[in-house]
Design a protein around this ligand. Structure first.
Ligand code: C5P
Length: 430
């Protein structure tokens, strides 16, 4: 028995802010192997989740002798994976898919037997197979009796793993369950969570919460007709991906578009400008940066009908072959966000056909923006439905052009520029 069960220590909030930032949105496959330290894996899951990670647990058969899959399932909030050749589990998430899902495979506790199998490239259970199939980094937290730890075989295996660059967390020295004293105890969950966070480098927008509006809005005339525009949502979706890749937590508020939700982005679907307004203001508590790429309909139909309007309508809407609709102005979402206190760093878009810079600067002032991305929609090669764009980014005392490129590339450049100005503003505010 490698480890001594101890009383659970009182819950501490030991993780410095950097650990919290580093693990937000990260996916960790936690491998649990057979040893008494497996009981600490339950606490480790909580610590990793507290720091924002999404955790999926894989247990070896021996691990299940020490702690039940049900416990780890309840704590991780995800089904626990236990066998390689289980058709039902494979149908839900195949082992190769699981190996690809993770940003890291952390094996804690890692028994001497598991380390030996890993070192020699075995694939005779789910966890070793995952370690072979993984493209992501691996890390291990050994736990075993001190004599087993010191044994020549084990030390040779450890040397093999270290030569492959696999980080070794611990083991710690101390009293063991069998009464021995020496190295072999698994590190405490809090320290392990910390070391895990340390494996992920800080990115440009790590820990920053970004809300993006995208696509068109639809303003109902009646249950079957609406007023809308040609916005495809591509620019907003590309920005959501670029911001996520820079480490941000992204909420994407989208009007009706035909685009798949980017991985690890929280999407809120809306239809009308009023829906988008409500969702945007509702997201403000969790927003550091707000980017309004949506082509919001400026006007809505004053009294949209509950029933389909007939050609022979006699309510005054249709008369002498003319249909009359009264349109009323929609709320300006980005202006409302920019006048909110506390105000997120607010970025608008300006689609113009002439005098682009001048109109964009006026819009910055009128809407209270920190930055505006202006594009010339009179050009047929860029803009609305195109996969390409070329923009000029304008802020109160400067500007920068981003030349014709894919919307994905423009999005990456924009994210860098937005992050730089946001951080500058923050530094000045401190
Ligand atoms: O005034 P204009 O529509 O040209 O401004 C465009 C910018 O304002 C875009 O960022 C757009 O998403 C935002 N906008 C908004 N709510 C509106 C109209 C525009 O957020 N009702």
């Amino acid at each position: 028995m490698p480890d001594t069960p101890q009383q659970d220590s009182p819950q501490q909030n030991i993780a410095p802010p950097d650990s919290r930032l580093a693990l937000a949105n990260r996916r960790i496959v936690l491998g649990v192997t057979g040893g008494i330290a497996a009981y600490k894996s339950a606490e480790l899951i909580r610590r990793l989740k507290d720091l924002g990670a999404d955790v999926r647990v894989v247990m070896t058969p021996a691990a299940q002798e020490f702690i039940t899959p049900l416990t780890l399932q309840a704590l991780s909030g995800n089904p626990v994976h236990t066998t390689l050749l289980d058709t039902e589990a494979e149908a839900a998430m195949g082992h190769i898919e699981l190996a690809r899902w993770g940003d890291l495979i952390l094996v804690a506790p890692a028994s001497a037997d598991f380390l030996a199998r890993m070192a020699h490239g075995h694939g005779n259970d789910l966890l070793t197979t995952l370690c072979l199939a993984a493209r992501c980094p691996l890390a291990v937290a050994p736990a075993m009796n001190q004599a087993m730890w010191a044994s020549r075989s084990n030390q040779d295996n450890i040397a093999l793993l270290q030569a492959r660059g696999i980080p070794l967390f611990g083991p710690a020295a101390g009293e063991q369950a069998c009464g021995d004293v020496g190295p072999g105890r698994m590190l405490e969950p809090t320290e392990l969570a910390h070391l895990t966070a340390g494996l992920f480098p800080r990115q440009l927008l790590t820990g920053t919460r970004i809300t993006i509006t995208a696509g068109p809005t639809r303003e109902a005339i009646d249950p079957v007709r609406y007023i809308s525009n040609h916005s495809s949502g591509k620019m907003g979706f590309a920005l959501a991906e670029a911001a996520r890749d820079a480490g941000a937590q992204v909420t994407l508020i989208s009007g009706p578009v035909h685009l798949p939700t980017p991985d690890r982005v929280q999407r809120i679907d809306v239809v009308s400008a009023q829906d988008m307004y409500d969702a945007s203001l509702g997201a403000l508590k969790q927003t550091d940066i707000f980017i309004a790429t949506a082509a919001v309909a400026d006007f809505r139909v004053e009294n949209s009908r509950n029933q389909k309007i007939k050609k022979q309508d006699n309510s005054g809407t249709i008369q002498d072959g003319r249909m009359t609709l009264t349109l009323v102005e929609n709320p300006d979402i980005v202006a409302a966000v920019a006048s909110h206190s506390p105000k997120p760093f607010t970025v608008g878009f300006a689609a113009e056909t002439q005098d682009v810079e001048n109109y964009a600067r006026q819009k910055i002032a009128r809407k209270g923006l920190d930055m505006i991305v202006a594009n010339d929609v009179s050009r047929s090669d860029i803009g609305f439905n195109s996969d390409q764009n070329a923009v000029t980014v304008i802020w109160p005392d400067g500007q920068q052009a981003i030349d014709l490129a894919s919307k994905a590339q423009i999005a990456r450049d924009l994210v860098t520029l937005i992050a730089t100005h946001y951080q500058q503003q923050h530094k000045n505010a401190r």
